[in-house]
Design a protein around this ligand. Structure first.
Ligand code: UDP
Ligand code: MG
Length: 318
């Protein structure tokens, strides 16, 4: 069976279309499937729409609903955890990723049993040059800093077999950065190009600052280089100041008393103060991640779960 994991946050105008297009695209090609809709605390009518869909097609739909907005990463985690399929595919609800591509992915993974995961990557980014240049440099930086590989343009749109699903679920970290997690767990991944569609309806939930926060989270979660960086910078500035000290002593011995070095002292004090604050900041980022993890709070909280299996279990108990 194939489980589609669909995170939905305020997608009231998209979920029905998504369902219809998926059923249409799968037609006779994929018969055994379920759609796991995860309502990520939407504030619009998304949940009502999902319930309606569920009532119309109980054997193909599960609906999970969060008590509040926990973010797309949490929604993906919840969806994968509740997926019953031998395969699972993560796909957005806004129809930017066409369900036809899922059929293609299924063919690839079934043809070659050494492939554990099929990932769709954007052949070309359909966004402004500035954003796409920023994103490319993010990938360059994180790949230099981190031991796991990040592929530029690879989305969360991917199909995995059961082995990989279980591995991804086993990573119970609170701050989830899927791109890193998928690459951390390893397995044999095949990349296929796909074309991103325009958003069907509504707005993207990402803006520059959210993306920046996400990028920093990715770096902190999968690299300790920034921590080392502050140590390197510290060593370097200590080294430079020792050289400066030697120069001052030589000057003093050669030329006698110098003019009072007010400017250089102020510059040095400010510079070192800045470096120290920067290092504290980096330390703080890691500390806060450790703190969040140690608290052991759940990654998501369910308000409702609609599923045939649950219904059957309840009937059995009665
Ligand atoms: N999403 C979510 N929780 C959030 C933000 C987004 O579940 O807090 C879902 C959203 O409903 C969509 C997918 O994640 O199905 C991708 O979001 P979006 O389209 O805003 O991102 P983009 O396609 O612009 O990268
Ligand atoms: Mg989108």
């Amino acid at each position: 069976m194939l489980s589609l994991v669909v995170p939905c946050y305020n997608e009231e105008d998209n979920v029905e279309d998504f369902y219809n297009q998926t059923v249409y695209a799968f037609d006779s090609k994929i018969k055994d499937f379920e759609i796991v809709f995860v309502d990520d605390g939407s504030s619009d009518k998304t949940l009502d729409k999902l319930k309606k869909l569920y009532d119309g097609d109980k054997c193909h739909i599960q609906v999970l609903s969060f008590s509040r907005n926990f973010g797309k990463e949490a929604a993906i985690y919840a969806g994968l955890k509740n997926a019953r399929g031998d395969y699972a595919c993560i796909i957005d609800a806004d129809l930017q990723q066409r369900p036809e591509v899922v059929v293609e992915m299924m063919n690839v993974i079934k043809e070659d049993n050494t492939v554990d995961c099929v990932t769709a990557y954007q052949a070309e980014r359909k966004e402004n040059k500035f954003m796409s240049a920023l994103k490319s440099s993010f990938y360059k930086i994180i790949n230099k800093m981190s031991e796991v590989d990040f592929v530029n343009g690879a989305s969360d749109f991917r199909l995995m077999n059961r082995k990989m699903i279980d591995a991804v679920i086993s990573m119970g970290e609170y701050h989830r950065f899927s791109k890193g997690i998928f690459s951390f767990v390893g397995f044999n991944t095949k990349f296929i190009p796909y074309e991103v569609q325009e958003r069907k309806s509504g707005k993207s939930k990402w803006n520059f600052f959210k993306l920046l926060k996400y990028a920093i989270e990715g770096i902190i979660s999968f690299s300790s280089f920034p921590l080392k960086l502050s140590a390197y910078v510290g060593f370097f500035s200590a080294f430079v100041s020792v050289i400066y000290l030697i120069l001052v002593i030589i000057k003093r011995l050669a030329y006698g008393v110098d003019v009072p070095g007010y400017a250089s002292i102020v510059v040095l004090v400010l510079f070192l103060g800045g470096l120290q604050l920067m290092s504290f900041g980096i330390l703080g980022e890691y500390m806060s991640k450790v703190y969040d993890q140690v608290k052991g709070r759940p990654i998501y909280i369910l308000k409702e779960h609609l599923s045939e299996d649950l219904l059957r279990n309840e009937e059995k108990q009665q």
